[in-house]
Design a protein around this ligand. Structure first.
Ligand SMILES: *[C@@H]1O[C@H](CO)[C@@H](O)[C@H](O)[C@H]1NC(C)=O
Length: 211
C-alpha cells in the first residue's frame, strides 16, 4: 500500500518537473552562469532555471542536464569545467572565483584548489593550455623540486602556497644557492594563488618550505 502510494507521488512529481524543462539552453546561459547569478541565485525559481538553462544549470532533473555529483562541494560539475580550467587567460580554478563558486561549478576539476591536499604547487602553460603540476609538500631541509617547465615550450604560470608556506622559484634545475630565488611567494590565510611574473616563468625548479 505504502509503496504504491510512493510510486504514484514520485511519478506525479517527475511528470511536473519534466514539463517545465526547456528543450535546450538559452544562448546566454553560459554567460549568465559564469557571472555567478543564474543557476545559483536562491531567489530564482526552479521552474525558471528549468525553462531557460536546463542543460547548463544541471541537477534540475531535466533530460540532458548534467547530473554528475562530485566531491568536494555541493555543486554539480559543469560540462565546461575542463575548458574553463585549462584556459590560460583566466584559468577557472585559480582565478578570482571564491571557494564557494569553484565548489558550485567545478567541484571535481577544482578539488585541489577548493581543499588543497599539499603545501605547494605550480601551474604551467603549454601552447596556451593551463595545467596543475604535481603538488608537493614542504621539505626539510629545503630542496629544489623540478618545476615541470620546459625550455621554450612550457612556462610556470601560477603558484600555490599553503598558509605559512613559501614557494621559491629558481632559474636552474639544480640551484647552487637556495637563498637566491628569482621570485618567492608566501601563502597567507586569504592569499594562496600567485601569478608568476613573465620574467620568472622559465624557472626550472622550486622549493616548498613552511613556517
Ligand atoms: C602531502 O601531505 C599530506 C598529508 O599531510 C598527504 O595527504 C599528501 O598525499 C602529501 N602530498 C604529497 C604530494 O606528497
Amino acid at each position: 500500500m505504502t509503496s504504491t502510494l510512493t510510486v504514484a507521488v514520485f511519478c506525479a512529481l517527475a511528470g511536473a518537473t519534466a514539463a517545465q524543462c526547456g528543450k535546450s539552453d538559452h544562448p546566454n546561459c553560459a554567460t549568465w552562469q559564469r557571472n555567478g547569478q543564474f543557476c545559483t541565485n536562491p531567489a530564482r525559481p526552479l521552474a525558471v532555471r528549468q525553462q531557460y538553462c536546463p542543460i547548463t544549470c544541471g541537477n534540475l532533473g531535466c533530460p540532458g542536464g548534467a547530473t554528475t555529483t562530485a566531491k568536494p562541494g555541493s555543486g554539480v560539475e559543469n560540462t565546461n569545467c575542463a575548458k574553463w580550467s585549462s584556459d590560460s587567460t583566466k584559468p577557472f580554478c585559480v582565478n578570482s572565483m571564491t571557494v564557494a563558486q569553484k565548489a558550485q561549478y567545478c567541484p571535481a576539476t577544482c578539488a585541489f584548489e577548493i581543499k588543497p591536499t599539499a603545501d605547494c604547487a605550480l601551474y604551467t602553460v603549454t601552447d596556451k593550455k593551463f595545467v596543475r603540476g604535481t603538488p608537493s609538500n614542504k621539505t626539510s631541509p629545503e630542496k629544489a623540486i623540478a618545476s615541470e617547465a620546459v625550455a621554450s615550450k612550457t612556462t610556470v604560470s601560477r603558484a600555490y602556497a599553503g598558509t605559512g608556506c613559501t614557494v621559491k622559484l629558481f632559474a636552474d634545475a639544480a640551484p647552487a644557492d637556495l637563498t637566491k630565488p628569482t621570485v618567492s611567494f608566501v601563502g597567507k590565510a586569504d592569499a594562496h594563488f600567485f601569478t608568476v611574473p613573465d620574467a620568472n616563468n622559465a624557472a626550472l625548479s622550486y622549493s616548498c618550505t613552511c613556517a
